[in-house]
Design a protein around this ligand. Structure first.
Ligand code: SAM
Length: 179
C-alpha cells in the first residue's frame, strides 16, 4: 500500500455516446494505477458508475465514480480545502521535472484531464499544467504515466477482492474467495 496522499481524477467534457469507452477506460486505468476515484463533468452517465462498481465488487477496492456539474467551483473548492490541482496537457511543463515537487507538498492531488476541447480556465485554475511528452495523445495514457510516476510504480492494494490473479509465465491462474 502506498503512503502517498490520495490522487483523484477530474474528467472534463464527457459525452455519453462518443466517450463512454474512453471515460470508462480512464476510470479503470485510474483504479488500477492507484487513484482513489474519478469526478466526471459533462453528460450524466450512470452506466460508467455501474461498470466500475462491478469491477470493484469482483477485483476489490473502493474506487469511486462521481459526477460534477459546476467543475470550476469544484476545482476552486478543492484548492481551498483539499490540495493541489494538476492539469495534464501537451502544452505544459514536462511532468517528470515537476512530479517530485508535487510529491513533496504531501497534499491530495486532483488531476484534470480533458476531452475534445479544454476551456482556457482549466490552464489558469490549475497549480500545475503538466505534459506527458509535448505530443498529442490520449487522456488515458497521460493519467497512466502520471499515476505510475507519482506512486513510483507500486501496484495499489485493492481490498476484499473476490478473485485474484496469481502471475504466471504462461496461461491463466486465478484464485477465488469462497463465500
Ligand atoms: N486538443 C485538446 C486540448 O485542448 O488540449 C487535446 C485533447 S486530448 C484528445 C484529451 C486529453 O488528453 C487532453 O485534454 C489532456 O488531458 C490529455 N493529453 C493528451 N495529450 C497529452 C500530453 N501530451 N500530455 C498530457 N496530457 C495529454
Amino acid at each position: 500500500m502506498t503512503q502517498e496522499p490520495e490522487v483523484w481524477i477530474l474528467r472534463l467534457g464527457h459525452r455519453v455516446f462518443r466517450d463512454k469507452r474512453i471515460t470508462t477506460h480512464l476510470a479503470l486505468v485510474g483504479r488500477a494505477f492507484g487513484a482513489s476515484g474519478i469526478y466526471i463533468e459533462g453528460d450524466a452517465d450512470p452506466k460508467i458508475k455501474e461498470k466500475v462498481d462491478e469491477i470493484n465488487k469482483t477485483w476489490g477496492g473502493e474506487f469511486t465514480v462521481n459526477f460534477v456539474s459546476n467543475w470550476i467551483n469544484f476545482v476552486k473548492k478543492w484548492k481551498k480545502e483539499e490540495g493541489t490541482v494538476v492539469h495534464l496537457t501537451m502544452y505544459g511543463l514536462p511532468f517528470e521535472d515537476v512530479i517530485n515537487l508535487i510529491k513533496d507538498e504531501k497534499k491530495k492531488v486532483l488531476v484534470i484531464v480533458g476531452g475534445k476541447k479544454v476551456p482556457r480556465v482549466a490552464y489558469e485554475v490549475a497549480d500545475y499544467n503538466l505534459a506527458v511528452t509535448n505530443q498529442p495523445h490520449s487522456e488515458v495514457a497521460a493519467i497512466a504515466l502520471f499515476l505510475d510516476r507519482y506512486f513510483e510504480g507500486k501496484e495499489p492494494l485493492h481490498k476484499n477482492p473476490k478473485i485474484k490473479i496469481v502471475p504466471t509465465p504462461r496461461g491463466k491462474f486465478v484464485i477465488s474467495r469462497t463465500l
